[in-house]
Design a protein around this ligand. Structure first.
Ligand code: S6P
Ligand code: ZN
Length: 195
């Protein structure tokens, strides 16, 4: 007798060239108006909201139980562009169960994954097609599109992990990715002139 209800196996096609999952069960969209408080330049964000409130990123998921033992999967797609000088990015989160990791696989476009711990350690990893990035337990993670086309990546994480957005909403990340004079730069809080 299994400890959790038996779940039917399934398969789904992923177009690896386009980064598109066939028949996702859920689509989450984040528009500019969902991102208040996240970007260093709130005026630039408000201008974007007034100017059609575009979808900045989407997440396509399969319906897999958010329970221990399961693995959840999703494809995220972040549109290119900047808000002020800051590159388009996800909200970023810790997992609600902090001791749970995640695997990212780049499918299309170019970006960076920013990571940080509650104790103040920080690091970044490149996200490009075919590159796998391991996000270990306890590391908050945010994805940033540094290219000129959508950044698309596949993620797998424990079903029980959940998402803790509140801490990042309050703390932000010490790193910000900006485009200055056509060049991508990572700035730290102390030398952040974008705000
Ligand atoms: C889930 C995984 C991704 C993100 C997605 C959107 O654990 O890390 O599927 O949810 O990239 O980012 P965010 O920070 O808005 O959830
Ligand atoms: Zn995650």
């Amino acid at each position: 007798m299994p400890a959790i209800p038996l779940f039917p196996p399934f398969g789904t096609d992923i177009n690896l060239t386009e980064g598109v999952m066939q028949n996702p069960d859920n689509r989450i969209e984040r528009r500019a108006s969902d991102m208040r408080g996240y970007y260093a330049n709130p005026n630039a964000l408000e201008a974007l909201i007034r100017n059609g409130d575009p979808v900045l990123y989407e997440v396509f998921e399969k319906d897999i139980p958010d329970e221990k033992g399961h693995l959840r999967v999703a494809i995220s797609q972040i549109q290119p562009g900047t808000v002020g000088e800051e590159c388009a990015m996800t909200k970023g989160h810790y997992h609600a169960v902090p001791g749970t990791g995640e695997v990212y696989l780049g499918l299309k476009g170019r970006g960076r994954i920013l990571m940080k711990t509650a104790e103040g350690k920080t690091t970044e990893e490149d996200m490009t097609p075919g590159r796998m990035v391991y996000v270990p337990p306890y590391w908050a993670h945010r994805s940033v599109n540094t290219g000129d086309e959508p950044l698309i990546f596949f993620c797998v994480w424990p079903g029980s992990a959940g998402h803790n957005y509140g801490d990042i909403e309050r703390e932000g990340f010490p790193q910000r990715v900006v485009k200055r004079n056509g060049e991508i730069q990572i700035v730290r809080c102390e030398d952040d002139r974008s705000g």
